[in-house]
Ligand binder design. Sequence first.
Ligand SMILES: NC(=O)c1ccc[n+]([C@@H]2O[C@H](COP(=O)([O-])OP(=O)(O)OC[C@H]3O[C@@H](n4cnc5c(N)ncnc54)[C@H](OP(=O)(O)O)[C@@H]3O)[C@@H](O)[C@H]2O)c1
Length: 311
Amino acid sequence: MKAAYLTHKAGAEALIFGDQATPAPKAGEVLVRVHATAITPSELDWYPTFHLASGAERPFPIVLGHEFSGVIEALGAEATGFQVGDAVYGLNDWFANGAQAEYVVAPASMLAHKPVTLDHTHAAAVPISALTAWQGLFEKARLQRGEWVLVHGAAGGVGQFVVQLAKQHGAHVIATASAANKAFLQALGADAVIDYRSTRFEKAVSNIEVVFDAVGGETLERSWSVLKPGGRLVTIAASSADSAEPRVHDAFLLVRADGGQLAEIGRRIDSDALRVMTAGAFPLQSVHVAYHHAERGGKQGKVVLEIIHQN
Ligand SMILES: NC(=O)c1ccc[n+]([C@@H]2O[C@H](COP(=O)([O-])OP(=O)(O)OC[C@H]3O[C@@H](n4cnc5c(N)ncnc54)[C@H](OP(=O)(O)O)[C@@H]3O)[C@@H](O)[C@H]2O)c1
């Protein structure tokens, strides 16, 4: 199969487009013919990208891209819930090779049927961002109807879903973003938008029940002061994962695959309750250009790689 892959530990500029062996599904897994996969630039800094779950170094070649949309090509033993030919979207194991390739192997439990109203390109941009928003708001923060939510990084891939899901849940939503994204975020349901470049949010808001932080650093540090007593803070910034400060460590959320949640997210997309934006699509052959685009600021959503199959 064609794939983009790394032959040594390096950045996206070292990705090679070429031929690799097609993977085979093991028990409980499916083989997916990939149509699109979204880029997550920070994946190059993640521990599982260059390690196995055992702690050993991962063998090269390494294929990136753990969220995707495609069609089931083959079922491994005991893989249930899907048929060959089903259009699916979802995640695969962070420690395994990803979907910047014509085929990827994934546990069936990490997939759901693709929303019928989305093409593969848009569907590929949903799993990581929407599951992170869902798990942060509903599992970690236990958001209640009528509460006030402050969303940092609201125009980004994750933030867009946080704004929409929180609003649908009956919360009041304040978003921080660049001024250029104000109208866009209001259209998604934000009640107020703070331009983080011109206004210090802690001067503008207080008594917040839930802060959802997709930015980290000093944005996270300044956020504790706007929480009301008993308020909850969720951060997804990687720098918080191994923080020595217990409250930051406790606030950190690492998204996990969940086919059931993805199915519910898909139902909301198909009923027009959730909108999905991408920041452009590039063919897999143009992977370097795509990463360059993905690493630039000022976008609304994720950059997607499209896989054009020759047969
Ligand atoms: N822990 C997890 O499970 C998990 C899951 C998914 C993502 N993440 C991480 O979460 C972060 C966000 O992901 P994403 O996909 O949403 O990224 P993204 O699409 O690149 O969005 C980031 C957004 O943050 C905005 N921003 C930057 N500085 C800001 C500030 N000081 N205040 C408010 N907004 C600011 C950017 O706006 P401008 O471009 O206008 O500056 C951009 O809209 C990334 O670091 C990603 O690696 C973690």
